[in-house]
Design a protein around this ligand. Structure first.
Ligand SMILES: Cc1cc2nc3c(=O)[nH]c(=O)nc-3n(C[C@H](O)[C@H](O)[C@H](O)COP(=O)(O)O)c2cc1C
Length: 486
């Protein structure tokens, strides 16, 4: 597997200014503290000198990054303040143009560690737009985005859209340069750093798709990578979860669909309520989500082993004939839950917070040999993943065991184009119901969790997010009795 190409980056961009996003305001307090406000909600950013406070006032309109790039005490103070704001996702960056004093381009970070950097471009370089880049209307603005980028770009000048359109074909910078303002070149360097543009080597002759990233990226279709990064936390700045964004505009759908007007067959006369001996029916009726766990009496390692054996262990393995001439055999496995194309691409990563007999930490479940393999991850990262799960469940404590279901995306997309990601999510549904039923059967409790921070998981495991990443989560533990039903 080829490692992603590294592009040399320049640290300071002279025409870029950091600006507080319009929803926030800074308040300079008499004791030297600076606080940032969103309505009534505030966060203290620390104590600063009078000179730094004075300079910080410019963050409302834009503070050039170059103005605090030096080593003076004041520059370092401002640098610390600006980075603090950036990590909290409160900043945007304005790229100015000499030809137009209006907002030429505004950069909106999508990940907390985004910082505007220009990847160097020379006249001989050839660049092309990434196949993952897209330009769309958002409100009354035009935005340029990519699921691979750490930031999105609000485009304020139609001339930029024309340059981007030209970049749907490889272009030599030297040729573009003649018509281009220097600020547009700076923009292209920022876009290159964000992987919205890609630089082609002279030897890159196999086609643009193959030249963009490793083999795993080649397998991703555009809509699938957009869906993956925009439908959970970690790689986007939009609100995630039950935000009820249009609740005041559109009424809720009914809980049960209003019936069709056609003739009816009343099934109540056919199904007797009593198939009393059906264990499956009993399990299905008893199944419910448990969010409150008994931490004095946690799940044991023996129970965890049984749970994984019942739900996820490899039962058998086999090989298929090659699918095409010259191809190799393909290996398959059978497991207790169904999987589209028998792909079994789902991997289980366990964040163990409280399990009798098993140390806290992150583990991968090796389903082939039924073993847990420890992975080193920092205590802060483990805490962040667990706390996010607790928050998503609105639970009183962290899950005893948090199962993060990750997909080896290429295992499915190697065979299925355009439907790969949707198949993976359907497989997650099958596995989650299997977890629920096994937990119920064992007298344990569990709860599915709808979001995961894909960026945090990538940092914890050092797995690139397009290779293997979270697509679902399940909290497991021993429920407190009586269990709260929702
Ligand atoms: C795909 C999926 C995502 C879910 N996400 C969450 C979640 O993020 N937080 C939560 O508290 N419950 C979550 N749940 C649990 C549902 O809220 C729960 O299944 C539903 O309220 C029905 O209750 P029951 O499971 O007790 O029958 C999720 C369930 C599913 C199937």
């Amino acid at each position: 597997m080829r490692a992603p190409r590294k592009t040399p980056t320049r640290k300071i961009a002279p025409d870029i200014a950091a600006r507080l996003s319009h929803r926030f305001s800074l308040q300079m307090q008499p004791d030297g503290n600076i606080a940032v406000f969103l309505g009534d909600y505030s966060v203290n950013l620390g104590q600063f000198s009078a000179a730094a406070m004075d300079r910080a006032r410019h963050l409302g309109t834009g503070l050039p990054l170059a103005s605090f790039a030096g080593k003076s005490i004041l520059a370092r103070e401002i640098d610390a303040l600006v980075h603090r704001l950036a990590r909290k996702g409160l900043l945007e960056y304005r790229l100015s143009s000499s030809r137009n004093t209006q907002d030429f381009v505004i950069i909106e970070p999508q990940v907390p560690d985004y910082w505007p950097r220009r990847a160097k471009l020379g006249k001989r370089d050839t660049v092309v737009l990434s196949r993952f880049a897209y330009l769309r209307r958002r409100g009354n603005e035009m935005v340029l985005e990519s699921p691979r980028a750490g930031a999105l770009f609000r485009i304020g000048d139609p001339a930029i859209a024309a340059t981007l359109a030209a970049l749907s074909q490889p272009q030599k910078i030297g040729k573009l340069d003649q018509k281009m303002a220097s600020s547009t070149l700076h923009l292209l360097e920022l876009l290159l750093d964000c992987q919205i543009l890609l630089k082609l080597d002279a030897k890159d002759g196999q086609g643009l798709r193959v030249n963009e990233g490793d083999g795993n990226l080649v397998l991703w279709d555009f809509h699938d990578l957009v869906f993956h990064t925009r439908s959970t936390e970690g790689r986007q700045a939009n609100p995630v979860g039950a935000a009820f964004t249009y609740a005041s505009v559109v009424p809720p759908s009914p809980a049960v669909r209003p019936p069709w007007a056609g003739s009816r067959v009343d099934l109540r006369t056919f199904s007797s309520p009593a198939e009393p001996n059906s264990l499956l029916r009993k399990l299905l009726r008893e199944r419910h989500s448990t969010r409150d766990f008994d931490d004095k009496n946690p799940v044991t390692l023996g129970e965890l082993a049984q749970f994984l054996d019942t739900t996820a262990r490899v039962v058998s393995e086999w090989k298929s004939e090659p699918y095409f001439e010259g191809g190799s055999e393909v290996a398959y496995s059978a497991r207790p839950y169904p999987s589209a194309g028998s792909a079994y691409e789902l991997e289980l990563y366990l964040t163990v917070a409280n399990c009798d007999g098993l140390a806290r930490g992150l583990y991968h479940y090796d389903a082939g040999s039924h073993a847990l393999v420890a992975i080193s991850a920092s205590a802060q990262q483990l805490q962040a993943l667990s706390v996010a799960a607790q928050f998503a469940m609105d639970a009183p404590g962290q899950p005893q065991i948090l199962i993060t279901i990750a997909a080896r995306f290429g295992r499915v997309s190697w065979k299925y184009s355009s439907i790969a990601y949707s198949l993976i999510l359907k497989n997650v549904g099958c596995l989650i119901q299997t977890f629920y039923l096994a937990a119920t059967d064992m007298g344990l409790g569990g709860c599915a969790i709808g979001t995961t921070n894909i960026d945090l998981f990538a940092k914890m495991t050092e797995l690139e997010l397009h290779i293997e990443g979270p697509v679902g989560q399940f909290a497991l533990g021993r429920g407190k009795k009586p269990e709260v039903q929702r």
